[in-house]
Design a protein around this ligand. Structure first.
Ligand SMILES: [Zn+2]
Length: 273
């Protein structure tokens, strides 16, 4: 990232102190989290940047025919963006961008693109405006890179992806010991949306099969890429419910996934049975 003041003679660098309203030109790598039309010609695109965190940007003229930036600003795209930053405004101003990675392997695969919407929503929820998000950004890029190449079960990869984002943002569920009392758990533990796996004595809203618990352990141990482990749909749905509870948000992408793929684990979600 570079910073240059618009005021002539100021030089570059964040250490420059001035009393005039700060309007600086910055460049950063960014991922497109979402976009919404703002007017007949403009659009507000929300980026995740390593340094600035979540950053909504106004893109003027992007809805006009043959606009040079229009094709680059789709969700999932990893870009290099140039924008003007002003401390006093919440929505910044995009001036230019270039495509670094389109993730065609995600975009061209309906299942992958549907499932990948959830990590984007989670990142949009946990990231803060104007707060460095390097670890979250790196996890999102690693997850998209992995999914782009992934040839296995898409839901399993997304389960690992969701777990990674929860972990780097401070919402990792307990996986080794009971989240309530710290006791050892069985090979088929319970699961509480309050904190993670549970022992036989502590309450939980779901339960894990031995296979799904083994997958959860493998996913939590592999931070760089999804291991070749296939998890059942119940583990994905349990983690989605955990994420919704922890982040206090109903995820639109989960509703869409439910409509598309059904809720295989629904019968087990009402409690331990
Ligand atoms: Zn316990």
């Amino acid at each position: 990232m570079f910073l240059c003041s618009y005021n002539a003679g100021a030089g570059c660098g964040r250490a420059v102190v001035r009393r005039e309203p700060q309007v600086v030109l910055e460049k950063s790598e960014a991922l497109v989290l979402r976009g919404v039309d703002f007017s007949q010609s403009s659009r507000i695109v929300t980026f995740l940047c390593p340094q600035r965190g979540r950053m909504p940007c106004m893109v003027k003229g992007v809805r006009r025919p043959r606009n040079a930036l229009a094709g680059a600003l789709d969700t999932f795209h990893r870009l290099e963006i140039v924008y003007t930053w002003k401390d006093s405004r919440r929505v910044q101003q995009l001036t230019d961008c270039s495509l670094l990675e389109a993730y065609d392997g995600v975009r061209d695969d309906l299942d992958k693109s549907m499932f990948a919407s959830l990590p984007l929503e989670i990142a949009d929820t946990v990231a803060h405006d104007n707060e460095p998000s390097r670890e979250l950004y790196a996890a999102l890029v690693a997850g998209l890179d992995g999914l782009n190449r992934w040839t296995g079960d898409v839901r399993s990869h997304c389960t690992w992806f969701v777990l990674r984002l929860l972990s780097v943002s401070g919402f990792a569920p307990a996986v080794q010991e009971c989240c309530f009392c710290g006791a050892d758990v069985t090979a088929a533990p319970g699961f509480s949306y309050e904190g993670g796996v549970t022992c036989g004595r502590c309450p939980g809203e779901a339960s894990l099969t031995p296979e799904d618990y083994a997958a959860l352990l493998a996913f939590s141990e592999n931070k760089d890429s999804c291991p070749p482990v296939e998890a059942g749909p119940e583990l994905f749905e349990t983690l989605c419910s955990y994420a919704s509870h922890q982040l206090d948000r109903t995820f639109r992408s989960v509703r869409v996934l439910d409509q598309m793929f059904g809720r295989a684990g629904a019968a087990r979600r009402g409690g331990r049975q």
